[in-house]
Write a protein that binds this ligand. Sequence first.
Ligand SMILES: CCCCCCCCCCC/C=C/C(=O)SCCNC(=O)CCNC(=O)[C@H](O)C(C)(C)COP(=O)(O)OP(=O)(O)OC[C@H]1O[C@@H](n2cnc3c(N)ncnc32)[C@H](O)[C@@H]1OP(=O)(O)O
Length: 316
Amino acid sequence: MAALLLRTSRGLGACLRVATGCPSPSSCVVAAWSSARWPREGAVAWRTHAQVRHYSSSDKLSIDMDDKTGVAVLKLSNPPVNSLSLELLTELAIGLDKLEMNPSCRGVIMTSAHPHIFSAGLDVSEMMGKPTEHYREFWRAVQEMWLKLYGSSLVTIAAINGSSPAGGCLMAMCCDYRLMADNPKYSIGLNETKLGIVAPFWFRDTMMGVVGTRVTERSLQLGLMYSPAEAVHVGLVDRTVPEETVFEEARTEMARWLKIPDHARQITKSMMRKTTIDHLLAQRDSDISNFANFISKDSIQKSLTAYMQALRQPKK
Ligand SMILES: CCCCCCCCCCC/C=C/C(=O)SCCNC(=O)CCNC(=O)[C@H](O)C(C)(C)COP(=O)(O)OP(=O)(O)OC[C@H]1O[C@@H](n2cnc3c(N)ncnc32)[C@H](O)[C@@H]1OP(=O)(O)O
């Protein structure tokens, strides 16, 4: 249990370094991932005789792990729009860490408990009218969630059953595969510039890894939101499926991915993502300061206030 606490409290990067004896975040990601599933002594705490185990103690997030299939289902449940508050981000990071430490877990399907909205992205109210210390804490939690999800050694599949702007799109892009409901009312994309804010470099790099440089440049500057069909066209989403089948299709897709030996897939995933992860790890504190300074500016606060007021207007 002590080992488990050590791992969960320090985050995946640190716990993997502990597991591998590797001193620096930048030099050990491949080695760490290849052995991340080995240290069993702490993870034993999560073993259960029941086939399905409920993991999260939060009412904003449910995580059900099926020991038989090795697949966990993570459902966002923060009405009305699954916005990513400090609390939900923290729960997400803890939940992902627990799954990472569970030797029976091989894959995670991420979806929304509420139809029509996957996630409205970061909770804008966390970025308005708060003291600098709060902005720093909030941004560290955003980073932590990204590090856990993008850096997960598990197969991660996003079953996108509704709109997914900004931080919602980021979470989906962190996954290995994206299925989206084919409802043309839904949209997905990084729309930050439309709020007068700037997606940081690791949002950009995550998107570049999914759709390439040109589509990222256009999408970010214009703050483009894509319909499901357009998202497939630019490669932001892997495929659309009928709305009522999103979850079952995600399960079928997961089975395909789980046919690949874990160690080979994990090392390959690590090779693809290591540079981007190391980039943030090397600049974590300065990234937090940049965010806190940027978001505290009067002009940015005014933009966010105007955006939220516009959002509250009755829809035409
Ligand atoms: C020099 C470089 C330095 C760089 C430093 C970093 C800079 C900062 C980077 C920050 C990155 C930000 C990432 C984000 O994720 S920002 C959030 C962006 N999200 C959005 O723009 C989504 C906005 N919402 C919507 O489009 C719609 O609400 C949605 C399609 C999701 C749902 O529509 P629906 O019609 O179903 O619901 P409503 O619009 O009526 O909304 C219901 C209530 O929910 C409130 N709401 C919506 N979204 C948010 C949100 N993201 N945060 C907080 N609250 C939200 C909405 O206001 C309604 O509230 P009321 O009921 O009170 O009216």
